[in-house]
Design a protein around this ligand. Structure first.
Ligand code: NAP
Length: 481
């Protein structure tokens, strides 16, 4: 893909290469160069997408779950066949190392497979009646047209984690991917078309995001909004959905604490910090954002961790051996820089990194993996998501203090700790006010587990059997004969 290619939208089974709006340009963050343009949807096209999804809904909802599952398996198979091609595309538009992109494509396909089977198990209830001539039962039915709005940090898996359960449940879908990374989503649309999904069952639009979202929010035909992104935008969508009382699920920002207790295996814990913090250059919602280490082991632990951070290779994600790619854009680099400078200016000790790096021939969007010891307790990275490769680190004395520090935030998505004492492992797991706890586990995301947050990190779950619930409602039937 050396020239700037034109990529299409997908509405009602048709690929649309042009509209009369200015197209959106997609850049390769490693090189800072444009790689593709995608048309922005006109209001008419947004209306057409809603109408197509609504028209396709009754038949799709009535299609036996097994047939829906077969199509999802077919799409997943095509994704697996094209894993390398899709992974390279993902790295081109998003920047993450190729090995991570391959992993993302694999889990994206698995979300389709898992949900294909969950859709076949959308069991209802029978309820005993007080009357001999009455039967009571409860069915689970698809909510209707679902809109999926997704972020740029996982351009493929955030899509299938939503449309997998939606389609398996019998909903039709309109996807609105992030403007920075729509190509992986469009590549998925080509796969869904090839797999044979009927026209209108899956659609993709792009455009000025607040406006596009407003069109969907105002429309009573859209019955569900599933959003992954920042807490700020999530709140506006939740408020906007109230008017037409749509079902919402929101996967929002995190501010994950990572606790290392004095009985932990320190090598494993340090490897855990590397996996949790520096994956995707620190741009995941479940990235460790605050590291707290028990006083007795802090010196030893910071030595081990510093060595590991120093060894990380920064560069173009397509180059073999690179572990940390570019940040998504200049604004993201500035935020990391601001957080680092604030931590150091307040007295934090820079252990490694601390500045931008400029690999030869690449863009200016790289930042060195950074560790800062003991910045002020109220430094910027202590109170908000950095979304980049900075790990601030503090000490604590006991379990209660560690839990209190970890919970001292309005966010509640993921949390991590390393410890070996069984009682401590149970107490800390239960004391953390988070939707996800990684106990000696830095990478907890799995298709079979319910992923999601509490507090200002969102509502609803994706994955597990719970993921399907977000696209179904209970219908109670009282039958008297
Ligand atoms: P974002 O700015 O909230 O964008 C997410 C999506 O919302 C994009 O499609 C974006 O479109 C759209 N959007 C932006 N402004 C909007 C508005 N005013 N109204 C409606 N839609 C709007 O978030 P991001 O920067 O892409 O992603 C990073 C954030 O996502 C972080 O906070 C991260 O923690 C969170 N995240 C959470 C999870 C989770 O599972 N909880 C997973 C991944 C990421 P455009 O790109 O076209 O503007």
């Amino acid at each position: 893909m050396d020239k700037v290619e034109r990529w299409p939208l997908y509405v009602n089974g048709a690929f649309i290469t042009e509209t009369d709006r200015d197209p959106i340009t997609v850049d390769d963050p490693a090189h800072g160069t444009p790689i593709a343009t995608v048309p922005a949807a006109t209001d008419d096209l947004l209306q057409e997408a809603i109408a197509a999804a609504e028209r396709a809904f009754p038949k799709w909802a009535r299609t036996p779950a097994r047939e829906r599952a077969n199509l999802l398996w077919k799409a997943a198979g095509l994704m697996r066949d094209r894993q390398e091609e899709l992974a390279r595309l993902l790295t081109r538009e998003q920047g993450k190392p190729l090995a991570e992109s391959r992993g993302e494509i694999a889990i994206s396909a698995e979300y389709l497979e898992w949900n294909a089977e969950e859709g076949r198990r959308a069991y209802g209830d029978t309820i005993p009646s007080a009357k001999p001539n009455q039967r009571l039962y409860a069915l689970r039915q698809p909510v209707g047209v679902a809109v999926a709005i997704t972020p740029w940090n996982f351009p493929s898996s955030m899509i299938t984690r939503k449309i997998g359960p939606a389609l398996a449940a019998g909903c039709t879908v309109i996807v609105k991917p992030a403007s920075a990374t729509p190509l992986s989503a469009i590549a998925l649309m080509k796969i869904f078309a090839e797999a044979g999904f009927p026209d209108g069952v899956v659609n993709l639009v792009l455009g000025p995001s607040a406006h596009v979202a407003d069109v969907f929010l105002a429309d009573h035909r859209v019955r569900k909004i599933s959003f992954t992104g920042s807490t700020e935008v999530g709140k506006t969508l939740m408020a906007g959905a109230a008017d037409t009382m749509k079902k919402v699920s929101l996967e929002l920002g995190g501010h994950a604490p990572f606790l290392v207790f004095d009985d932990a295996d320190l090598d494993l814990a340090a490897a855990g910090v590397i996996a949790s913090k520096f994956r995707n250059a620190g741009q995941t919602c479940i990235c460790a954002n605050r590291l707290y280490v028990q006083r007795g082991v802090v010196e030893r632990f910071s030595e081990i961790l510093t060595e590991k951070v120093q060894a990380l290779r920064v560069g173009d994600g397509l180059e073999p051996g690179v572990e940390v790619g570019p940040l998504i854009d200049e604004r993201a680099v500035e935020k990391v820089d601001r957080h680092v400078r604030d931590a150091v200016a307040g007295g934090g000790r820079l252990l490694v990194g601390g500045e931008r790096v400029f690999p030869t021939g690449l863009s200016r969007q790289f930042f060195a993996p950074t560790l800062v010891l003991d910045p002020p307790r109220n430094t910027l990275s202590a109170v908000e998501e950095t979304f980049g490769p900075l790990m601030p680190m503090w000490t604590f004395d006991d379990e209660d203090e560690a839990i209190a520090l970890a919970n001292n935030t309005p966010y509640g998505l993921a949390s991590y700790f390393f410890a070996r004492d069984v009682g401590r492992v149970i107490r800390v797991s239960e004391g953390l006010e988070y939707g996800i706890v990684g106990a000696n586990e830095p990478v907890p995301t799995l298709v079979q587990a319910p992923f999601g947050g509490v507090k200002e990190s969102g509502v609803g779950r994706e994955g597990g059997h719970q993921g399907l619930d977000e696209y179904l409602y209970w219908k109670y039937v009282a039958l008297t004969f």
